[in-house]
Design a protein around this ligand. Structure first.
Ligand SMILES: C[S@@+](CC[C@H](N)C(=O)[O-])C[C@H]1O[C@@H](n2cnc3c(N)ncnc32)[C@H](O)[C@@H]1O
Length: 226
């Protein structure tokens, strides 16, 4: 009972935190500037290049309003897409976009827990979401992604990584127009590209590399061996 009370208090404090993804404030703020993030389309275009046209099923983790799925559907309209996110305000925008699309399934799920049973995939994609998870959870998630990918499948993560120094981190924030980190833990949780590549290799992925990078944004692509 005491544990339940603590968990409810923690959830309430997170919902009341305007920097948390469960709040409309954070979601609206992000969606308003999503198109203005410098160079992101370059990274997204490289990501799209790595999803073969023969792809039948794609999973998007931390899908937000379905930005990546929308881009990928223009290239592969016949694929089935599964979109996972945990934020009710984000899911509302996602449903507005894809609620009546039979090719897109929307799943509310917190990535802090084991992935739900949603089948096997030719490609798993994600953009600016996985860095929110703690290191231990990320390791487990990468193993879960590996296990649901079909042989030869691809995992593309366009994400936010740590700078090598405080000076470079400040440069990145200035390049974003002076936008601050959303909360104290955010920067501390970021991993370097090199350690993230090593995590992915340890989980069995091959040809893992950084295929595109601009300051703290990088696209890591990994393959499940055939
Ligand atoms: C910066 S937005 C990116 C959204 C989208 N992928 C894009 O590129 O525009 C981060 C997304 O990750 C989701 N997210 C963060 N932590 C999550 C978690 N633990 N479980 C599920 N989704 C999460 C948020 O709700 C939000 O939609």
């Amino acid at each position: 009972m005491a544990q339940v009370a603590i968990n409810v208090r923690m959830l309430n404090s997170r919902i009341n935190d305007p920097s948390h993804w469960l709040t409309s404030e954070r979601v609206q703020g992000y969606l308003e500037r999503a198109d203005k993030i410098p160079h992101r389309r370059e990274g997204e275009n490289v990501l799209l290049d790595f999803i073969p046209k023969t792809t039948r099923k794609v999973l998007d983790l931390g899908t937000g309003d379905g930005r990546l799925i929308k881009l990928l559907k223009t290239k592969i309209p016949s694929a089935k897409y599964v979109a996972i996110d945990f934020s009710p305000p984000m899911l509302r925008t996602l449903k507005q976009r894809f609620g009546s699309d039979n090719f897109v399934s929307i799943v509310q799920h917190n990535l802090e827990s084991h992935l739900p049973s949603v089948g096997n995939f030719d490609a798993v994609i994600s953009s600016l979401a996985i860095h929110h998870l703690k290191l231990e959870r990320k390791k487990a998630l990468y193993s879960e992604i590996y296990s649901i990918l079909r042989s030869g499948g691809v995992f593309c993560n366009l994400d936010h990584f740590a700078s090598r120094s405080r000076r470079l981190s400040q440069h990145f924030r200035r390049a974003l127009g002076g936008q601050r980190a959303p909360n104290r833990n955010h920067e501390a949780r970021l991993n370097t590209v090199e350690s993230e590549i090593s995590l992915l290799k340890k989980r069995g992925f091959v040809d893992v590399d950084c295929y595109w990078k601009w300051l703290q944004f990088a696209l890591l692509i990994s393959f499940k061996p055939t």
